[in-house]
Design a protein around this ligand. Structure first.
Ligand code: FES
Ligand code: FES
Length: 164
């Protein structure tokens, strides 16, 4: 291929919420665009253009990533979990229940990203201290809640996930 030849599409094969997908996207497509526009998983939000807000956070191979900050092609062969994949068999995930019960949201715009960062945190560390919870969601901004109830919700979810 000559260096001036333009690549129209790249193939991206990935697993999202347990389902295998084959997508053909422009090389410049961001992961968040693939999720929202190709797979119609619109629970992953876009809140900025600057890697700042964390509304677009998903879990990629077990780690939280800002899906507005990576190319879809970089997710080739990856396992992605989005907020739509948290609920199982009609049952909310303990994090979703705890956010609801502890009023960890108001407008809800940041909530998918908060949930996914929290999920990654509790998967890696089932008993985080308050400081570790603060660090775990440091990349997620909420313009509404003041964070206090979000911390309470994550703490309660950690207990619930341990059967407490
Ligand atoms: S949309 Fe704000 S960090 Fe991705
Ligand atoms: S609940 Fe509104 S931005 Fe967090």
């Amino acid at each position: 291929m000559s260096t001036t030849e333009v690549i129209d599409k790249v193939a991206v094969d990935l697993t999202v919420n347990g389902e295998r997908h084959h997508c053909e996207v422009e090389p410049r497509t961001l992961l968040v665009q693939l999720l929202r526009d190709e797979l119609r998983l619109t629970g992953t939000h876009i809140g900025c253009d600057t890697t700042y807000c964390g509304a677009c956070t998903v879990v990629l191979n077990g780690k939280p990533v800002k899906s507005c900050t990576m190319l879809a092609a970089q997710a080739h062969d990856s396992e992605v979990l989005t907020v739509e994949g948290l609920e199982q068999d009609g049952e909310l995930h303990p994090l979703q229940t705890a956010f609801s019960e502890h009023h960890g949201l108001q407008c809800g715009y940041c909530t998918p990203g908060m949930l996914m960062s929290s999920y990654a945190l509790l998967t890696a560390n089932p008993s985080p201290s308050e400081k570790q919870i603060r660090k775990g969601i440091a990349g997620n901004l909420c313009r509404c809640t003041g964070y206090h109830n979000i911390f309470k919700a994550i703490d309660a979810a950690a207990d619930a996930m341990k059967g407490g």
